[in-house]
Design a protein around this ligand. Structure first.
Ligand SMILES: NC(=O)c1ccc[n+]([C@@H]2O[C@H](COP(=O)([O-])OP(=O)(O)OC[C@H]3O[C@@H](n4cnc5c(N)ncnc54)[C@H](OP(=O)(O)O)[C@@H]3O)[C@@H](O)[C@H]2O)c1
Length: 305
C-alpha cells in the first residue's frame, strides 16, 4: 500500500510517497481503508520542526530528537472498516468512520491503518451521515480544539464572543459552534475572508489588517484566539468582567465527548467543515507547501484513493 513518510525534519520535500506493507488487525483492532485525511498546521510544524525556542527541546524529545520517531504524519481521517479482529464488538466491516490516530504507531497519510476499538487517547466514531469522507476527515482536529476551548471558556447562549483568526480550521469551527450555541459572534479575519466567515454565521467581521480589535468599544464574554496571534493583554482590553480568554497556544485535551458533540452538530446541519483545497496523496508535498504559507481557509484535504 502507499503511504507518505518523512524520515528527517525539513522542507515539504522530505515527504516521500512509498510502498509499505499493509497492516493486519490484531484481535482488538479494526483495519480502516482511509478515504481522506488532511494537512493541518500541526502536521506542517512537526515536519519542519519549527517550534518556539522553549518548546523545541521538549517537542524533539517527544517526537524524535534527531529524526521523527513516527514516520507517517496525519492527525485525522475518514474511511471504511475493511476488516475487524475477533474481539471487536463496536464496529463491523463496511462501517464508515472518522477520527484521530492519536498515539498510534502511524498517522493517517496512508491507505490503511489498524486501530484498537478502545483507546485511552484518540477518538473514533461513525461518520456523520450527511458529510462526505473529505468533510468528515476535516472535522476532528479543528472541530475538537474549537469545542474544547469554547467549553473551557464556559460558552453560553446569548453571550458576545470574539473569534480572532476566524478563517482557519479552528476559527471556522469556533464561529459555527458559538453560533450554534446562540452566541453573537464578532469575527476577526482579513477582508478577503469576510464572505466566508459571514457564511459560517459571524454577525460582524473586523479586518485585522485595518483595525485593532482591542480598541473596540464593545465588551465580550469570550475572546478566542484561534490562530495564536493575539495576546492576553490585548484580549483583556475588550473582555467583560469575569470574561474568558482562550487560545490555541494552550494545551487541549479533547475527548470522545467532543467528537460526539461535533457529529451531532454536523448531523443537525449546525456545522459544516469548510474545505479550501483538495490534493491527492501523491501531491502531499504541494499540500504541505500550501498549508505552510499560513493562509489556508478552513481545511486542506488529502484524497487517499
Ligand atoms: N492547541 C491545540 O490543540 C491546537 C489544535 C489545532 C491547531 N492548533 C494551532 O492553532 C493554530 C491555527 O491553526 P488552523 O489550522 O486553524 O489555522 P492556520 O492554517 O494556521 O491559519 C490560517 C488562517 O489564519 C489567518 N491568519 C493568519 N494570520 C492571521 C492574523 N495575524 N490574524 C488573523 N488571522 C490570521 C489566515 O487568514 P489570512 O490569509 O486572511 O490572514 C488563514 O485563513 C495553529 O497555530 C495550530 O498549530 C492548536
Amino acid at each position: 500500500m502507499k503511504a507518505a513518510i518523512y524520515t528527517k525534519y525539513g522542507s515539504p520535500d522530505v515527504l516521500k510517497l512509498v510502498d509499505i506493507k499493509k497492516p493486519t488487525p490484531k484481535a482488538n483492532e479494526i483495519l480502516v481503508k482511509i478515504k481522506a485525511t488532511t494537512v493541518t498546521s500541526g502536521d506542517v510544524r512537526l515536519r519542519s520542526s519549527n517550534f518556539p525556542l522553549l518548546a523545541w527541546l521538549p517537542v524533539r524529545i517527544m517526537f524524535g530528537l534527531f529524526k521523527p520517531k513516527k514516520e507517517i504524519l496525519g492527525h485525522e481521517f475518514a474511511g471504511v472498516v475493511e476488516a475487524i479482529g475477533k474481539d471487536v464488538t463496536k464496529y463491523k466491516v463496511g462501517d464508515e468512520i472518522f477520527g484521530t490516530p492519536t498515539l498510534l504507531k502511524t498517522g493517517s497519510y496512508t491507505e490503511y491503518i489498524c486501530i484498537p476499538e478502545d483507546r485511552k487517547k484518540g477518538v473514533l466514531s461513525l461518520k456523520p451521515k450527511n458529510l462526505s469522507f473529505e468533510e468528515a476527515a476535516a472535522l476532528p482536529v479543528g472541530g475538537m480544539t474549537a469545542s474544547f476551548l469554547l467549553n473551557k471558556a464556559k460558552l453560553k447562549e446569548g453571550q458576545q464572543v470574539l473569534i480572532y483568526g476566524a478563517s482557519g480550521s479552528v476559527g471556522s469551527y469556533a464561529v459555527q459552534i458559538a453560533r450554534a450555541h446562540g452566541a453573537n459572534v464578532a469575527a476577526v479575519c482579513s477582508s478577503s475572508n469576510f464572505d466566508l466567515v459571514k457564511s459560517l454565521g459571524a454577525d460582524r467581521v473586523i479586518d485585522y489588517m485595518k483595525a485593532d480589535y482591542s480598541r473596540l468599544e464593545d465588551k465580550f464574554d469570550i475572546v478566542f484566539d484561534a490562530v495564536g496571534k493575539t495576546s492576553t493583554s490585548k484580549a483583556k482590553k475588550v473582555l467583560k468582567k469575569g470574561g474568558h480568554f482562550v487560545t490555541v497556544k494552550s494545551l487541549t485535551n479533547p475527548t470522545q465527548e467532543h467528537l460526539d458533540k461535533l457529529k451531532d452538530l454536523a448531523e443537525r446541519q449546525k456545522i459544516k467543515p469548510y474545505i479550501d483545497k483538495y490534493f491527492p496523496l501523491s501531491e502531499i508535498v504541494a499540500a504541505h507547501k500550501y498549508v505552510e504559507q499560513g493562509r489556508k481557509k478552513g481545511n486542506v484535504v488529502i484524497k487517499v484513493e
